[in-house]
Design a protein around this ligand. Structure first.
Ligand SMILES: [Zn+2]
Ligand SMILES: [Zn+2]
Length: 482
């Protein structure tokens, strides 16, 4: 069978020179010549390359999150990276920094303006409405993973392209759903080794009770206007709730004594919040009531929360919060959909990675290959492609090295990869369909015929697995236990 293939390859190769002989190839002139000296290209500001060793962290976090989320019956939703700019303006708010300053926008050839998504919720809710997901059994549980974009000034822990785990339960208003979202966050963090957190919780009421509270807040702040920062002077007029989360020290002092939303909730909101707390108590999830966790937009209501590492305070908080979420029962209607109560959370993946590194938690390595396939000489190299394929199809974790010619450098590589067996296919072996198998532990080498190779390796690998205490863990859960 193999000989047939060889013939066709040879014929194809023979024909090649004829076409090649035409001196046709010419370098295409570049529209813009790089400057005389070779220009050094760099990644855009605030956006980074993620190299394989760094990706291990992302991979670990994403996989952990997915395994947790699937166990809670969440389905993955992928929405476009670009959406109509007005969707974000509507969903996030025209006056917010995100919309007014931080969106990357694109002119779609003179027609609509598009923006790169600065968060997930707007797109997910748009997709929910557009695809009629409200006709499915409610609630609909969705999660997304991926990149978001904000043209922020890059600083520690903040990037212009960053990644989030985004989780939403759409079509349910029960406090148990809020609790479940918090429980999921807790589970994910626990499994990646960051369970030392405190959930900061607040309720910001509803359409009924918030306007009253707003007035109480205005009455409290009015005599203190001269003690506020310039931003807060504006907030006092436009969005008094946001006075509570100002990071300026003098404003924080004012906020500390401000009347609290908890004390002004209507009965329905009060009961909703109480039930949530009871479930969290039941789950033993550590939380703190924090009346200064607020959201500035009208469609947010009731539960809001952030997840902080335990023991942070002051300025550190803004930089170290792992993420946050809450209810947004009014969003669907703002976007033209049916009333759809919803609750969700977003976790910042880069923040989690930073925290893992600070705590010296390593991302687990993917289990390495077990067999290394080396080759020497032209014929052996060609044959090794087929052998590699056979090994792969037989389910043997094999790594090849056709990119190298020197046997010495290949064997060095095999040692570095800490494989259990190295296969050596030399010129002689390629001719008589044999192969050398070297047991890397004992150093013993054997020549076997190629047709016996797979059985030989399978048995050998099995014996080694039995002899050794289990080392390679397959379940990501176990990896974080230390
Ligand atoms: Zn209320
Ligand atoms: Zn302020």
């Amino acid at each position: 069978m193999a000989t047939k293939k060889k013939k066709t390859t040879r014929r194809a190769l023979k024909r090649k020179p004829r076409t090649k002989s035409k001196p046709k190839k010419q370098a295409l002139p570049l529209k813009q010549e790089p400057t005389k000296r070779q220009q050094k290209w760099q990644h855009p500001r605030g956006m980074h390359d993620i190299l394989p060793e760094e990706w291990l962290y992302y991979d670990f976090i994403f996989k952990t999150a997915e395994s947790v989320l699937r166990s809670y019956d969440f389905g993955y939703i992928e929405t476009p990276v670009l959406e109509d700019i007005n969707l974000f303006a509507r969903a996030i708010g025209e006056g917010t920094d995100i919309v007014s300053k931080e969106m990357f926008t694109i002119d779609d050839r003179g027609s609509d303006k598009l923006a790169m998504r600065p968060e997930f919720t707007a797109g997910v809710m748009r997709a929910f409405i557009e695809n009629g997901l409200n006709s499915r059994p409610q609630p609909v549980k969705l999660y997304s993973l991926g990149s978001l974009f904000r043209a922020e000034r890059p600083q520690a822990g903040r990037f212009r392209q960053f990644r989030q785990i985004n989780v939403e339960t759409l079509g349910g208003d029960k406090p148990a759903l809020d609790a479940q979202i918090i429980q999921i966050v807790w589970r994910i963090l626990e499994r990646i080794g960051l369970s030392d957190v405190i959930v900061q919780l607040n309720s910001i009421g509803c359409k009924e009770c918030r306007p009253e509270y707003r007035q109480i807040l205005i009455d409290y702040y009015r005599p203190h206007q001269n003690k506020m920062c310039p931003d807060c002077k504006k907030r006092f007029k436009t969005n008094p709730l946001r006075l509570l989360d100002c990071k300026e020290e003098k404003c924080q002092r004012l906020a500390a004594n401000a009347p609290q939303m908890f004390d002004n909730l209507c009965d329905t909101c009060h009961n909703h919040f109480k039930e949530l707390l009871e479930i969290l108590d039941e789950l033993d999830i550590p939380y703190e009531l924090n009346s200064r966790i607020v959201r500035g937009l009208d469609y947010y209501n009731r539960t809001v929360f952030e997840v902080w590492p335990a023991g942070v305070s002051g300025d550190e908080i803004a930089q170290s919060s792992y993420g946050g979420g809450g209810r947004y029962d009014g969003l669907a209607e703002i976007l033209g959909g049916q009333p759809t109560p919803a609750v969700g959370v977003a976790l910042g993946v880069e923040r989690l990675i930073m925290a893992m590194k600070e705590k010296k938690i390593e991302a687990p390595q993917n289990p390495g290959p077990q067999v290394f396939l080396s080759q020497l000489g032209e014929k052996a190299k060609k044959q090794s492609f087929k052998i590699f394929e056979d090994l792969y199809l037989a389910g043997i974790d094999v790594i090849e090295s056709v990119g190298r010619d020197s046997l010495k450098s290949q064997l060095k590589q095999a040692e570095k990869k800490e494989v259990l067996y190295t296969l050596i296919l030399g010129q002689k072996e390629a001719v008589d369909d044999t192969i050398i198998v070297r047991d890397m532990e004992s150093g013993v080498q054997e020549v076997i015929t190629q047709d016996k190779m797979i059985d030989y390796l399978k048995k050998g690998l099995q014996d080694k697995a039995k002899a050794k205490p289990k080392q390679v863990e397959t379940d990501s859960d176990k990896k974080t236990s230390k």
